[in-house]
Design a protein around this ligand. Sequence first.
Ligand code: PLP
Length: 427
Amino acid sequence: MLFPVTYRVNARGHMEVGGCDLADLAHEHGTPLYIYDEDTVRQRAAEFVAAMGDAGEVLYSAKAFASPAFLRIVAEEGMGLDVVSAGELHIAAAAGFPAERTYFLGNNKSAEELELAYRAGCTIVIDGAYEFELLRRAVPPGSRARVEIRVSPGVKPDTHDFISTGQLDSKFGFSIENGQARAAVEQALAHDRLELVGIHSHIGSQIFDLRGHVAAMEVMLDLLGGLKRDLDYQPQCRGAGGGLGIAYTRADDPPTPRDFVETIRGALAAGTAERGLKAPRLVVEPGRSIAGPAGVTVYAAGSIKDIPGVRRYVAVDGGMGDNIRPKLYGARYEVLKVADPEAPATETVTIAGKYCESTDILITDAVVPPIRSGDLLCVPATGAYCLAMASNYNGMPRPEVLMVKDGRARVIRRRETLDDLLLTEVF
Ligand SMILES: Cc1ncc(COP(=O)(O)O)c(C=O)c1O
């Protein structure tokens, strides 16, 4: 699924999402423009929640894209939330997101963040030994914070090294391999201000091959087997992380949310039965697979530069400041002409951004129909980890964001102005 569920080519031959003509939206709201399709967000969220049933909980991972309007929608679909900073918790609070359905993760939480998370009533996922000390200060005597321990299961999934997190050499979690995970569990159980409710792992992101999750579950259940045998401890929850991949090009064929949840549920049920363990509640935390396919970006083509015998550069009015993924992880995208998305692709061009970096390239060697300056171009599958990582590099205001549904578009984040660039400056 490369496009939002409501995508179609309308009677004018234009791209349409959520019943809105993308050319009309671009003319009215300007470019670059990020557009989220509400039906896609709801459908993806609902598929995860339905597949989970009463076996556990599905959290939306706010790092993929967090805005109050977006978070309200995932909350309405029955999801919990995973946040990694006081900032994400603040955005969630502005959305009225229930704190008791919020988990606070992160590899270097500050004392202030831990105190905020505890006071708000979040479950805190401990990622390093330093947090035990900080939590002793954050939690008053006689009280206990609900915590999980994040474990690194030593499994390498089929994804880019930069988004693999479950291997021994990782800044995330306590390793099983070197005994630190077991020691952390013992420390949490002995801690007078903590209630250890779960054991968590997250092996990486943009994963297509679900066997990585099955392998991680096996390793984690071996750990749980040892905890039951030696410490008579069985956790209430097993956090299995996020990581379901999405299609960025038509060639990509990722598993569905249902496949993802059912595979992990199946591995948990079979693995606990085999080991004589009580099945803990399963918690998963997808981000990309909910926000990613729901979002598209519309740019306007500007300067077109031919370097004979080398390449043609088509520059758009955004780039690495709103989508750093091609340069951060070598991510691949497709581009379509908003006014004629099905035009035959006859040329190979490189879609460049407008930032003063030669690495500011959105798509190298895109095969496209002829593009002229002024054409509107759409890049699909940009809902996750694009705006979330957006910057004001080169003094560029960040784009406007729309939520579309049933032919109506509402602004959920206004375009930044030049004056916004000065808001935090002290003269
Ligand atoms: C701990 C944790 N959970 C969940 C996620 C969400 O992953 P994804 O957006 O790939 O589903 C991430 C992403 O990096 C993560 O680090």
